[in-house]
Design a protein around this ligand. Structure first.
Ligand code: ZN
Length: 549
């Protein structure tokens, strides 16, 4: 996602963490039935597979109001007659209709159980149209809290955008709000007051002026899309575009910005093609050619909305003008363009099944910043950058969160995760092979939802080493391995401290001017040095601690 709240609101987060611990003490794990309804594959979700959404809404900024419907097309996997659709308060689900017949809805907080009357036969594709309306939750601090941002631009035009990572798309439209399954394709029809424009995902199919001084924008997404990737952006937009010659042919790249920002954007958005060059090189073809690539200006920092990446980084390099790594390399690119677009491969192409595994999105994407630098400025730049980002690592709790309750792991999923992945690159120690692994990963899991185990298995197999202990160490534990090196005359002893069972990481050290690969364990091993005066050096690119004496 957008990001690094961690560095800039560390104190707030520490305070929140303490609060969470206090709550956890009272109630086992501190989760509610609503958390389970939101975060697990309930029986009322498991029996049907979403094939198509047709979202048709009217947005009235003057009243901060949304009204409309989502027609859910689904395939019956097992017979059942109760279907769970999610929609968050204060929005109201007013009606559900199947085959022209109104259905009974049992509301339980943000989960709504629709009682179907028609027999649901396996293999059938059925539709249910769900109507809703109301004042959706307003985002106060988007994208961190989520909801709808109802803002104004400098010219007093309405400037409206949705963001809902973590919180869930059901904060503004009704759907099966769980990450394990993506809809195959989707239509998004959004009616807005003139002269505003709505930009959503995929391609603009039609612009339809209405009699009541409004216009409906019809968008269509051809590829599978996750819920939080769907978005509306409404403003006084102007557009410019270019065609990028990519790995899969011509890719349409479209940019939507507020009227006043056109010139600034034409300069700053040059990073979009630089991004595309670097990421197609490292990760393979952009995963959504059919839907085009867009950057869309919004009144908040940014988000990885699929094929319509949202942008609010003030047309400056760095992260709001700052370098997260402290090395200078972070000022060589527009953080939001690079980071949020990196998510097209890791979050939108390869998507976690449960948000507890959100490190799959953030660790690889945070790491993609380093690979962007590698492509344009070389491996030394990439190394320095990723090492520099360690200053934001807290090692407070594991990267993996709690499963089945819509719970994210530690904010360390960004830069601890990036450094973990960089350590794997050190293990592979071959730039071409490393690139092949990342490209294969995007091929093997193309348009898929995955678990941590899927990624672990894939990487173990590709790298040719059982990485179970490695991932247990970095994903499920907060301790950093410490390599203890002791030199005595012409002997060097070495072993790991702070490691979990089966942790294995062969590591290169430099003895005098020679690179030597050692495979430490928890027990001491001894190596003979060329002389009493031999000099030992360690490599900071591995994310481990060293103790050398
Ligand atoms: Zn991110």
């Amino acid at each position: 996602m957008a990001h690094l709240k961690s560095i800039f609101t560390v104190f707030f987060i520490v305070a929140m963490a303490q609060l969470n611990h206090a709550q956890l003490g009272q109630n086992k794990k501190g989760f509610t039935r609503q958390d389970s309804l939101r975060g697990s594959i309930t029986p009322e979700r498991a029996w049907w597979d979403i094939t198509y959404y047709d979202l048709d809404i009217k947005v009235t900024p003057a009243d901060k109001y949304i009204a409309g419907s989502n027609t859910i097309h689904y395939k019956v996997l097992q017979p059942n007659n109760v279907l769970q659709v999610d929609l968050q308060s204060p929005l109201n689900m007013t009606r559900a209709v199947q085959d022209g017949r109104d259905l009974e809805i049992r509301h339980e907080g943000n989960a709504h159980f629709i009682k179907l009357t028609k027999e649901q036969l396996p293999g059938m594709i059925n539709q249910v149209q769900v109507f809703y309306e109301g004042n959706p939750r307003e985002a106060r601090n988007a994208p961190w809290d989520g909801g709808i941002s109802w803002k104004k631009d400098r010219n007093d035009n309405d400037f409206v955008a949705s963001s809902c990572q973590g919180l869930g798309a059901s904060v503004w439209w009704p759907n099966k709000d769980h990450m394990y399954q993506e809809v195959d394709s989707m239509a998004i029809h959004v009616n807005v007051p003139n002269p505003l424009m709505n930009v959503s995902n995929g391609r603009l199919i039609k612009t339809e002026p209405k009699d009541d001084n409004t216009t409906t924008y019809h968008w269509f997404v051809k590829n599978p899309i996750n819920n939080y990737g769907v978005n509306i952006n409404i403003g006084d937009y102007v557009n410019f575009n270019e065609v990028y010659q990519g790995e899969k042919g011509d890719l349409d790249m479209n940019y939507f910005v507020l009227r006043d920002n056109l010139e600034k954007a034409q300069e700053q958005f040059k990073d979009a093609t630089r991004m595309m060059e670097a990421f197609e090189h490292w990760f393979g073809p952009y995963p959504f050619y059919e839907d085009s690539f867009k950057l869309v200006e919004v009144p908040y920092l940014g988000m990885e909305h699929q094929s319509s990446v949202t942008y609010g980084n003030r047309f400056r390099n760095g992260y709001l003008g700052r370098d997260l790594s402290g090395t200078g390399w972070g000022m060589k690119f527009d953080f939001i363009i690079i980071h949020e677009s990196g998510h097209e491969w890791f979050a939108n192409n390869i998507t976690n099944k449960d948000i507890a595994d959100m490190w799959i999105h953030e660790s690889f994407t945070a790491y993609s910043e380093s690979l962007f630098l590698d492509f344009h400025y070389g491996t030394t730049a990439a190394n320095e950058y990723v090492i520099g980002t360690r200053r934001s690592i807290r090692n407070d709790r594991p990267l993996i969160g709690e499963y089945d309750v819509n719970h994210e792991g530690s904010g360390d999923m960004y830069y601890k995760g990036a450094n973990m992945i960089h350590t794997l690159r050190m293990l592979v120690n071959d730039k071409d092979q490393w690139r092949k692994i990342l490209r294969d990963m995007n091929k093997v899991f193309y348009h898929s939802t995955v678990s941590t185990q899927d990624i672990e298995d894939f990487l173990s197999q590709s790298i040719g080493q059982d990485l179970e202990g490695f991932f247990n160490q970095y994903l499920r534990n907060t301790k950093i391995p410490k390599l203890v090196l002791k030199k005595k005359k012409n002997k060097l002893s070495y072993h790991w401290e702070n490691i979990v069972d089966n942790f294995e990481l062969p590591i290169r050290i430099i003895i005098d001017d020679e690179i030597v690969l050692i495979n430490p364990t928890a027990s001491k091993q001894v190596l003979k040095l060329p002389s009493d005066k031999s000099v030992i050096q360690t490599d900071p690119a591995y994310y481990v601690e060293y103790k050398l004496n």
